[in-house]
Design a protein around this ligand. Structure first.
Ligand code: FAD
Ligand code: 5PR
Length: 379
């Protein structure tokens, strides 16, 4: 059999996962990354069973575990009063930095023999599997993957209709030193290894999500409505934030020394994830609010299932139909996750605590690598 080939736009979490899974199945894979250097933006991340299973399936678990942690609990506070401490029993989850996840995926991709071209922008793609690069070069592939983020050129060049919903809140994210002893000195009774979601809704909506990422690094996300000029300002308004969260002063001071960027929440929904031989994955297909911490999780889950679906279809002519079936099977999980994340972002209901139970954890528990996952369960 001749080697099948994939052209992928975007070396983010989605593109690198799909590339690795295909290359490990014997495909030749070329990834185009428009940035001149391979790296990730952003600070920390929470991964759940769905993406942890994918990382395990591509052989990346050892690397991932080396610099990540599972905090003892996910604590929620309102005006500094504890509302809940969820130990998330039965759910696998890890906290880590984005650079660490990126390095883990990049290593796996290179080990698998993926070709990654930095400084290469994909301009457009056609349904029959041709990509055109900014350099003018054209290439054809059995599968073209648009993993080029929320502003996807692949998606837009195919004129796939898109709906965009913006939320009133947004967030600034930082990686700072843990400074655990200083925090402990300020609040000795606090378990500073927990994720702590510090909410304040009255008199003003200001929230700090405190997420230890490993022994040395802390991920903090500062949420404020977009129309709160001081709350959404970068670099952060240190006086404002420390006046509301005095026990976090040591780490807020560290955050104030970096420029930062305020991201408004948005949800995008496309009419279809596929057009012929082209498939969209990750934020190109389904950007979501971060409330459930599942944007990258869904990206990696769909990257994996796409690679398996494409690989299992050896008849080239049958590939477009196989991609459509992939979307039919997998998309409902992501659609529901987007809806739930949007709901939490709209209502700020997570501030009530005890938010990780019932339907909400469907995606967190999902195992996209289980070949029997879509079988109907008979009692
Ligand atoms: P991206 O990361 O956007 O990668 C796309 C890549 O494509 C980029 O490298 C870009 O440079 C490149 N590119 C773009 N256009 C082109 C082109 N034309 N040609 C070639 N290359 C191109 N998710 C979680 O799972 N857990 C979390 O805890 C979490 N927290 C979040 C917090 C915030 C505040 C936000 C905003 C998001 C969060 N997410 C989280 C979501 C997550 O960051 C994204 O869903 C995820 O990074 C999407 O990955 P991607 O590979 O699809 O896109
Ligand atoms: N979880 C995570 C996160 O980064 C955010 C949220 C939840 C890991 C915000 O950035 O609720 O917005 C959230």
């Amino acid at each position: 059999m001749t080697t099948r080939h994939a052209e992928i736009a975007g070396a983010g979490f989605a593109g690198l996962t799909a590339a690795t899974a295909l290359a490990q199945r014997g495909w030749s894979v070329r990834v185009h990354e428009k940035a001149p250097e391979l790296r990730t933006e952003g600070a920390g991340i929470v991964l759940w069973n769905n993406s942890l299973q994918v990382l395990d399936a591509i052989g990346a678990t050892h690397d991932l575990m080396s610099k990540s942690m599972t905090p003892p609990a996910y604590e929620t506070r309102m005006n500094n009063v504890i509302r809940s401490q969820e130990t998330l029993d039965g759910i696998s989850w890890r906290t880590l930095t984005r650079p660490h996840l990126f390095a883990t995926l990049l290593y796996a991709a290179r080990e698998a023999g993926v070709e990654i071209v930095a400084g290469s922008t994909v301009r457009s793609a056609t349904a029959d599997g041709e990509v055109t690069l900014a350099s003018g070069e054209k290439a054809t592939a059995d599968v073209v993957i648009g993993a080029d983020g929320v502003g996807s050129a692949v998606r837009d060049s195919l004129a796939i209709p898109l709906e965009r919903q913006r939320s009133r809140d947004g967030i600034t994210r930082f990686l700072v030193p843990r400074r655990k002893e200083q925090l402990q000195a300020l609040e000795p009774d606090t378990e500073w290894d927990n994720v702590i979601d510090f909410w304040n809704l009255e008199p003003r909506v200001l929230r700090v999500l405190y997420t230890p990422a490993n022994d040395d690094e802390l991920y903090i996300a500062l949420m404020a409505p977009a129309d709160d000029a001081a709350g959404s300002r970068v670099p952060i308004d240190l006086e404002l934030w420390t006046s509301v969260f005095p026990q976090l002063a040591p780490v807020l001071e560290a955050a104030a020394t970096v420029p930062g960027k305020y991201y408004g929440y948005q949800t995008t929904r496309v009419e279809s994830w596929t057009r012929g031989r082209v498939a969209l994955i990750g934020d190109a297909a389904h950007a979501m609010c971060p409330a459930l911490a599942q944007g990258a999780g869904c990206a990696m889950q769909n990257a994996w299932t796409l690679a398996v679906a494409a690989d299992e279809t050896s008849d080239a002519a049958a590939l477009p139909a196989a991609l459509e079936r992939w979307e039919q099977h997998e998309r409902p999980f992501t659609d529901r996750c987007q809806d739930r994340s949007q709901h939490y972002a709209d209502t700020r209901e997570m501030a009530n605590g005890n938010q990780f139970s019932g339907d909400v954890v469907e995606t967190a528990l999902y195992n996209p690598t289980d070949p029997r996952r879509h079988e109907v369960q008979h009692a």
